[in-house]
Design a protein around this ligand. Sequence first.
Ligand SMILES: *Cc1c(COP(=O)(O)O)cnc(C)c1O
Length: 235
Amino acid sequence: MNHASQNTIAQNIKSIRSRIWQIEQKYARLPGSVQLLAVSKTRPIEDVRTAFSENQSHFGENYLQDALSKISGISDPAINWHFIGTIQSNKTRQIAENFSWVHTIDRLKIAQRLSEQRHPEHPPLNVCIQVNTSDESSKSGVNIEETLVLAKEISSLPHIHLRGLMTIPAATGNFEQQRQPFRLLHELKEEIQSQGIELDTLSMGMSNDMEAAIAEGSTIVRIGTAIFGQRIRKD
Ligand SMILES: *Cc1c(COP(=O)(O)O)cnc(C)c1O
């Protein structure tokens, strides 16, 4: 058995939802202001169906081919698919056509392609800029200093809608250290908003740092392991 049983997944979703609710209370966040994105990368389609039957309707995927087979296999318009992986420029068309959100924009060229390739009659593709808040060359994302300029450029593109910022900080078990990059991202969002660009999303927090992220204003937590169990492939 290399993936969680149906009961386990259902139970995990319930307990994550109640933890989010408790953390919202603890940090005086509005109830329901943090959305749960279930990260189903590398998981079989049955696991997505199980989560969907628990009223989980937002799913995050990193690997395009793996994602496309689940998207066409389930083919339910009630599911919102979020692309949260590294974007290769020759893959933008399939992303623009099959997803409703992309969290990992870190250069203008990719945003331009997604906007051009998004069907004009579909709602605009929701996007977040991925920001490098950890100052490590190995981490992807745009530098903090370059984010405002990129946000201005992206916000003028016609078929994508810039919703906010996303980050994946370097892992640490220390709660106060976990909060720092999330606080930076929150401040950056406020700065960009003060320049007249409307943003409503902070995509931050994973299984191990969800509380720190919600404490600092996260509006979408991206949770994989705590719902579906340990992955075999490590990311
Ligand atoms: C895998 C992944 C997650 C989920 O991580 P967990 O630790 O399993 O909760 C969230 N965001 C991104 C971008 C990921 O690649």
